[in-house]
Design a protein around this ligand. Sequence first.
Ligand code: SF4
Ligand code: SF4
Length: 454
Amino acid sequence: MKLIGKSKKGSGPAESVESASAQRARIETLVAGRGDEIIQRTKEKISAELAKLALLKNRAKAMDYFDEMAQIDGPRAKEIEEFKAKGGKVVGTFCHFVPLEIIDASGCLPLRLGCGHHAPVGVGESFLGDPNLCPLAKSMAGCAIVDDFPLYSQCDYIIAPSPCDAKLKLGEALKEIGPLLTMNVPRVKEGESIRKQWIEEIKNVRDALEKITGKKIDKKSLKRSIIKYQKAHKAWRTLLTQKRKANVIWGRDFLLVGWVSFIDDIERWTREVTKLTKELKSMASAGKLVAGKSTPRVMLAGSPVVWPNWKLPNLLEESGAIIVSDELCSGTRTFYDPVVTDEWTERAMIVAIAERYLYPCTCPCFSPNVEREDSVMREIEESRAEGVVFHVLQGCHLHTLDASRLSRPLKDKGIPVLTIRSEYQDGDIGQIKVRVEAFLEMIEAGEDSLFEDV
Ligand code: SF4
Ligand code: SF4
């Protein structure tokens, strides 16, 4: 991220504890001239993953578009450069709590920064100072401090919700090097005071964006942006419905389509998702499936699986399963609950946005969180999944604890569960493969009384 030098210190209430030049010197020492090598390794990893996807059986032609967009230095990066050259502002976001409709209405371009790049993890870890943080946060930190890292280097501003310690401290560290707004995500959703506080957080985002652009977000643009995103939600839901009817798309491809929405122009993405769904429908009618009807059907849940960290999805599908469903903030939940309002006053729209970004959210940061249990059960039922695999990133306490909590009711219902703890590096592939294969054999044998421990 080229934030240092653009801004001498963070824009939030916390003042920088290090001068900009001392911070710059610290980052240069950490990166130690390895920036280009880190970027090169990241691009090679993406090419390798795309090459694997290209070999998938009966893959829809419409996936070509998403493959192209998945190259972080590809056409999308160029478009964003052009947008900036005309004076446009790019707003980086973390997690699921940042109101994309408001960013869009402000004329800025939202870019969700969650990533699965392994190469920057080491420098990110040194920058943050905790080897036990989840690799997602470390990777994001690494991308942010490496000069010219594709997409990251385009951000003018960051909006950083704080649903967990990793994201809170990542935001705090990045605030030292550039303008960033922290969003205080409540851990409990109940009660009027929480509701009011969250509406204020959403208004803070609006105010911050108005300050950056120097323009007021008017009612008309807000309404237009809400409708734009409602269409994206609808297209995503339609794709989900088609996916549940027949084995016409690999889980890995579905997750890639979801990830591309993090960086893409949302109207074009919506059109491409609709095109893909149409093709999948024709494939289903023609009986052209990607996997046979007897293929073990698996649901993926837990910590986000973010491009290009396709380790677990690859292992599952290469071992003979198909991921028919997920309960990931990087997958199905990407666009699941649109903003709902029948009143188009400014206040009504802001409240509707606030409600959409809080109440339906099933992140494990909330307690109580019966919505998550319901959502996992509903996904299993609708997708006819035969087993659930919890992906837990090393250092992610919220997902570790929730995997354990959710395994109990699943076990009571006779649904096999496997929990995989993993990092971004490939060192544990052999070990995970053995466990995945044993799990799939168990599903195939119908031994639903056997459970892997979490
Ligand atoms: S699951 Fe974790 S990473 Fe995903 S949106 Fe929630 S808090 Fe953020
Ligand atoms: S994976 Fe877990 S620890 Fe990491 S950012 Fe998401 S919720 Fe936080």
